[in-house]
Design a protein around this ligand. Structure first.
Ligand code: SF4
Length: 353
């Protein structure tokens, strides 16, 4: 099995350059002929854990230790591609380098001298990215018959015209029938593109859902949960090529007291990841011990309980920083946290410091 991971984003991480690439511009085929890949393959064949793979070996996420359904189903070249930061949403947990929708907030913060960088521990910034003009994207467009599995991340891949046109071309030329397509998506356009997506060999979803109902709108602004649900169920009902659905919640102070609602909604498909940076204003480690203990007592999911328990050992309560991050966005979006958050959190935020 062959796998390339050019950039693995949407999930708002700056990907570490673990293989020390020096700005080389290589096509997927050239990557596989490269001595660095030969070195990795030799390690694998010799049953050795190569240091470049440490982040997966050391991760507690079982998905990094075992083959996913997508990986099991692909029998040739797999490509994981970050498309662009074009996104229809501006989630409070995200950053402008992953979503251009947040540039509107960024401009508001600049105009009003609100220091968003300090309250997000330098996470909220832009970065020049032009993946859709890259040599690699051109290769993908011209060689669909050589691809067994394609993973697309954004931004929101199904909101980017160039991506949609390319996927439609794969359908029109018949190549989609042999491609497994994995999407890191917020799900709001699944319904709209269900016909095109139903033409791929298999569909594998990585969905991000952090809350339900009004809290979804507050965190994943300006998305609406009812629109997400409509799109998602329209897609599920229509497509018979869905092979795997993985749902991820970013655990943060705004949702940690309400996650049981997402757990019940997502059933057994949900996993959790703690927001980064962990000590930013809306990090769960900025909450009071008492509040985090309430979240732990409420949790009905073992993985979530484990995550909260670990955070309790390292908390650094910082109401001032949390209030700043929350109210900067509230001001930019004309929202008010008193209308959306859990009662216990509201009380704590409103108490005198
Ligand atoms: S859906 Fe949310 S988390 Fe994903 S890129 Fe868009 S704003 Fe960021």
């Amino acid at each position: 099995m062959e796998s390339i991971n050019f950039e693995d984003v949407c999930q708002t991480h700056d990907i570490p350059n673990i293989m020390n690439w020096q700005e080389e511009q290589l096509t997927p085929e050239e990557v596989f002929r490269h001595p660095k890949f030969k070195e990795l393959q030799n390690s694998f064949d010799n049953n050795e854990k190569h240091p470049w793979c440490n982040s997966c070996w050391n991760s507690s996420n079982p998905r990094y230790k075992n083959l996913t359904q997508f990986e099991k189903d692909c029998d040739g070249l797999m490509i994981d591609f970050f498309c662009s930061n074009i996104c229809n949403l501006g989630c409070r947990t995200c950053t402008p380098f992953a979503s251009n929708r947040l540039i509107k907030d960024e401009n508001y913060f600049k105009k009003n001298n609100l220091d968003i960088l300090s309250v997000t521990d330098n996470f909220f910034y832009q970065k020049n990215q032009d993946s859709l003009n890259s040599l690699q994207w051109k290769w993908i467009k011209n060689n669909p018959e050589k691809i067994s599995g394609l993973t697309l991340a954004g931004g929101e891949p199904l909101f980017i015209p160039e991506v949609l046109n390319t996927l439609q071309n794969f359908v029109d030329c018949g190549a989609s029938k042999d491609i497994n397509l994995q999407l890191r998506t917020n799900g709001l356009f699944l319904g709209k593109h269900k016909k095109m997506l139903s033409q791929f060999k298999g569909i594998y979803l990585h969905l991000s859902v952090d809350a339900v109902d009004e809290l979804y709108h507050y965190i994943r602004y300006p998305g609406k949960f009812e629109n997400f649900e409509k799109s998602y169920f329209e897609f599920i009902d229509f497509c018979d090529n869905i092979k795997d659905i993985y749902i991820l919640s970013v655990v943060n102070a705004l949702n940690v007291l309400n996650l049981n609602e997402v757990i019940l909604w997502a059933e057994n498909r949900l996993q959790f990841v703690e927001i980064i940076p962990q000590f930013r204003g809306i990090g769960i480690k900025s909450m009071s011990e008492e509040l985090l203990q309430i979240a732990l007592d409420r949790s009905i999911h073992p993985t979530l309980s484990k995550l909260i328990n670990k955070s309790l050992e390292k908390i650094k309560p910082n109401k001032k920083k949390m209030l700043k991050e929350i109210t900067y966005f509230d001001r930019s979006r004309k929202q008010n946290f008193n209308d959306y958050l859990d009662r216990n959190l509201i009380e704590w935020l409103n108490e005198d410091m």
